[in-house]
Design a protein around this ligand. Structure first.
Ligand code: ZN
Ligand code: ZN
Length: 383
């Protein structure tokens, strides 16, 4: 327990320190997939935020965020907010403006909207839609929050939508933490829930949502849900990175992102931590952690590892590494290297070994609540 507390303290110190080398998120692609960074929940001045849509795209471009979902609130509230003498336009305008800028800057912009109902069922994002108007109209036709929400999700599905339950742990709607209501069983059983936000900047990470995604085979989603300009949410000069969904896609396009989400190939990188399935995290670490060199000096095999990503790696010695003696705790910061001096042990005396396993528990990578990701590297002594 003490060790864990120390590690969390170390992580907190890391997160607070300036990271001047790189403020753009960099994640190498895996052997089989592009690893796209996405902000899947974003508001503009066309609902209740105060930022113009193409500025949202420019923020992504500067920060290295490759995919942006425009998800302004829909329903009658949209009209109340937007038509206060400033604008008179339909509910697709924010996407249209952002998509045009996205084409210019190479940011993939996805058309979405936020179904904004009281809990239960709460808020849902519908992504990859063509037209917000009929979805909002169907929603508005119902007084009941559950009936209106479900009708909107079903209407969006007619357009091929991907439906995300947003911020189930938002304190304003669920002050005692995330609760799976009967309404959510109804939506899930009707096949109208594809994913849950396990991280939303308003309230951070939700352990309950993470577990529900695992149990029900739903995609892990992260969205900032930003309403203010990003510089009000993040201190980029201090090295803070935007929380993002990691999308393992075959191509960087709207269709490529949709295919990856439907196949549940997503993970989340937020506040220096990563959440995802063991399979995806293995692919991710294979891509990010490079064995730069293996050399021999006397009984010691020196293995140099390099972290080629923006993700810090907090490593402890894991199960399966018993054959070799090497340091039991280390942090490999983004774009830094670390050399492990490894020996075998015989009666507590260092000896050379021909082959051994470096086994690491990634203390800031989670495959389930409380479950750390384990990664192993087979090392052969150089001839
Ligand atoms: Zn919301
Ligand atoms: Zn929102």
């Amino acid at each position: 327990m003490k060790t864990r507390l120390f590690l969390y303290a170390a992580l907190a110190v890391f997160c607070a320190q300036p990271m001047t080398a790189q403020n753009k998120i960099v994640i190498p692609d895996t052997k089989d997939y592009l690893v796209l960074t996405g902000d899947m929940h974003m508001h503009t001045i066309f609902s209740d935020a105060n930022v113009w849509p193409d500025t949202r795209v420019e923020e992504c471009y500067v920060e290295g965020v490759e995919v942006l979902c425009i998800t302004d609130h829909m329903e009658a509230r949209h009209k109340r907010m937007v038509n206060q003498g400033l604008f008179n336009c339909d509910r697709n305008k924010s996407y249209e403006i952002a998509a045009k800028r996205g084409k210019e800057l190479g940011v993939t912009v996805i058309h979405g909207g936020e179904v904004t109902r009281r809990m239960p069922p709460g808020h849902f994002n519908v992504l990859f839609i063509d037209d917000v108007e009929p979805i909002a109209d169907v929603d508005d036709a119902h007084e009941s929050h559950l009936e209106g929400g479900m009708a909107a999700l079903a209407e969006a599905r007619k357009q091929g939508s991907f439906n995300v339950w947003n911020h189930p742990h938002w304190a304003a709607q669920s002050p005692t933490g995330a609760i799976w209501h009967d309404a959510h069983s109804k939506i899930f059983d009707a096949g109208l829930m594809d994913a849950i936000e396990v991280y939303n900047s308003c309230d951070g990470f939700s352990m309950e949502a993470f577990q529900w995604c695992i149990d029900k085979n739903l995609a892990l989603i992260c969205g900032t849900d930003a309403h203010k300009p990003m510089f009000m949410h993040l201190n980029a000069n201090a090295g803070e990175l935007r929380p993002v969904t990691l999308i393992f896609a075959k191509e960087n396009s709207v269709e490529g992102v949709k295919e990856a989400l439907n196949a549940r190939r997503t993970a989340v990188f937020a506040d220096g931590r990563v959440y995802g399935s063991p399979e995806l995290l293995k692919m991710l670490v294979d891509a990010c952690l490079e064995v730069v060199s293996v050399t021999q000096s006397g009984n010691t095999t020196r293995v140099t590892l390099k972290n080629n990503s923006s993700i810090p790696m907090i490593l402890t010695k894991g199960e399966g590494g018993e054959q070799a003696a090497y340091t039991s705790f280390n942090i490999i910061d983004p774009f830094e290297t670390h050399t492990y001096g490894c020996t075998g042990l015989e009666y507590k005396t260092p000896v050379a070994v021909d082959e051994f396993v470096l086994s690491f528990d990634f203390e800031n990578f989670y495959t389930a609540p409380g479950q750390h990701f384990n990664y192993r590297i087979n090392v052969k002594k150089p001839q």
